[in-house]
Design a protein around this ligand. Structure first.
Ligand code: NAD
Length: 501
């Protein structure tokens, strides 16, 4: 049993108001505990960040970039170690965990170009003898609150961007899998980041309340469920903070009759059951055109049956365990309710336990047909390996279905028709859209974020929007008149004739 503590002002700090268990989801065994910070500890981290801001915000772009490059090297070198930590505490398979580190690296690489990203603008001679330049400055102490499903990638969506822009940070990771956050903080220190620039406090909603309301916190970046994101947005903005709250999802995939069904089924299965469905960009709903629905369903069931559910660290594992026993039970309960209310369970993962791992938090891939749109299986974010198949007559019906759903994180269409794909992309109120791409997570130089109940705020995360979120603009209008009595210079533009000048 190990204990995961806090990282404040460049050192590990202990102390708690309560302890949270850390499980290995594959075995069901408690392997550690996280210290939930007291309000005083969170305030201590904010003060450390505030003090560090006075120095860090003045550090040159060249020095900041050198630290980011070094951090990038360290992160890459520790990929396997981080992946093993993620698999041990979160349950996903090792390849997925390493992929998550890779997506984090993308963001670090993007902000290694921070001098280019922060370059301002200049207007010479906007009026006679008057120039205007604009640039962006860091905002101060930024805070981040992250979910259990991506303990490396979600912190990496915010921390490197904020720091590269000259801010300091307090991160509050999820309590189920907090170890990766401490290793990340230590790697930043090893890269040369001054003490206090990145602080980590473990904890629950009590710690978050301090971040939401503390007068020295300027911004909140949140990734998690809709109910919490909405509340954090409301409290944070009421306390004068800028907030970006990336929230829950119920992403729809659409399969049109002209699609390559084999390709669509393989991608739908990977997107629905990868990471046991615990992904905000998973595809838990597929709206398939009626004409090919039976054929598509057969393919999906066949492919889902081939998924090897096992300990995420086992060779050949395709899908690991669910984060907690309570989450697993909630997922299976939704399936049971759907079946009771008339849905057809065409593949039933309830009760599945890999042999030798009977105490692990497993459930197998489940596929539901004939689900009504008012059933929890459709209305609620299941966040587990459950795929709901809905039959639609045509593209318009699929678009209407998505428009009628309150979430707007991602969506994907499988089709051979460019016209249908274009119409789809324009018609749906969703932030990230895939065309024959099941999980359209944008690369680091585009920004990431949803619409409607999947996002609360103005500015999406990482990419150009992330840089805008973590900085504020300043415009200087300047004139440098000669001292009284001195003659103003006469000059002409290079290349112009002196007569024209
Ligand atoms: P969660 O909302 O339960 O927790 C997220 C964070 O908020 C954690 O750090 C948690 O400690 C904290 N928290 C929990 N309750 C709180 C409260 N009442 N007040 C303040 N803070 C609170 O989410 P989760 O279960 O950890 O993660 C799964 C959710 O995250 C899913 O809904 C998923 O869709 C979402 N998610 C969204 C994205 C995205 O980009 N939109 C990405 C990953 C995950």
């Amino acid at each position: 049993m190990y204990t995961v503590s806090h990282y404040i002002n460049g050192r590990v700090v202990t102390g708690h108001r309560a302890l949270s268990p850390i499980f290995n989801p594959a075995t069901g065994e408690q392997i550690g505990q996280a210290e939930n910070a007291t309000a005083d500890l969170v305030a201590e981290a904010i003060t450390a960040a505030k003090d560090a801001f006075a120095v860090w915000s003045q550090v040159s772009l060249g020095r900041r970039t050198a630290i980011l490059f070094k951090f990038r090297e360290l992160l890459a070198a520790h990929t396997d170690e981080l992946a093993a930590i993620v698999t041990r505490e979160q349950g996903k398979v090792l390849a997925d965990a390493a992929g998550e580190v890779g997506r984090g690296l993308d963001v670090v690489e993007y902000v290694c170009g921070i001098p280019e990203l922060l370059k301002g603008e200049f207007s010479m001679q906007a009026s006679t003898g008057l120039d205007i330049y604009s640039f962006r400055e860091p905002i101060g102490v930024c805070a981040g609150v992250t979910p259990f499903n991506f303990p490396v990638m979600c912190p990496m969506w915010m921390v490197p961007v904020a720091i590269a822009c000259g801010n300091t940070f307090v991160l509050k990771p999820a309590k189920a899998d907090p170890s990766a956050s401490l290793l990340i903080a230590k790697l930043f220190s090893e890269a040369g980041l001054p003490d206090g620039v990145l602080n980590v406090v473990q904890g629950d909603r009590h710690a978050v309340k301090v971040l939401e309301t503390h007068p020295d916190v300027r911004s909140l970046s949140f990734v998690g469920s809709t109910a919490v994101g909405k509340e954090l947005f409301e409290i944070g903005t009421a306390h004068g903070k800028r907030v970006q709250a990336l929230s829950g999802a119920k992403n729809h995939g659409v399969v049109l009759a002209d699609a390559d069904l084999e390709f669509a089924a393989a991608n739908a299965v990977a997107a629905a059951f990868g990471a046991a469905g615990e992904r905000c960009m998973a595809l838990p709903v597929i709206a398939v055109q009626q004409a090919v629905a039976d054929q598509f369903l057969d393919l999906v069931v066949e492919k889902a049956k081939a998924i090897k559910v096992a300990d995420g660290s086992a060779p050949g594992a395709d899908m690991g365990a669910i984060i907690t026993a309570a989450e697993r039970d909630r997922i299976e309960q939704i399936v049971t309710e759907a079946e009771r209310d008339g849905a057809l369970v065409v593949l039933d993962g309830r009760g599945f336990r890999p042999s030798g791992l009977e105490s692990g938090f497993f459930t197998g891939p489940t596929i539901l047909d004939n689900v009504r749109l008012d059933q929890r299986a459709y209305t609620e974010e299941i966040f587990g390996p459950v795929l709901v198949v809905i039959r639609v007559p045509d593209l318009q019906a699929a678009i209407d279905l998505i428009r009628g759903n309150p979430y707007g994180n991602g969506a994907a269409i499988f089709t051979a028709s460019g016209a249908a794909a274009r119409e789809f992309a324009r018609a749906i109120p969703v932030g990230m859209i895939g065309v024959n791409v099941p999980i359209p997570v944008p690369v680091a130089y585009h920004s990431f974020g949803g619409w409607r109940d999947s996002f609360f705020g103005e500015t999406h995360i990482y990419g150009p929007e992330g840089v805008a979120f973590f900085t504020e603009a300043k415009v200087v209008t300047q004139r440098w008149p000669k001292a009284r009595g001195q003659q103003q210079p006469t000059f002409h533009f290079a290349g112009a004739s002196s007569a024209a000048a």
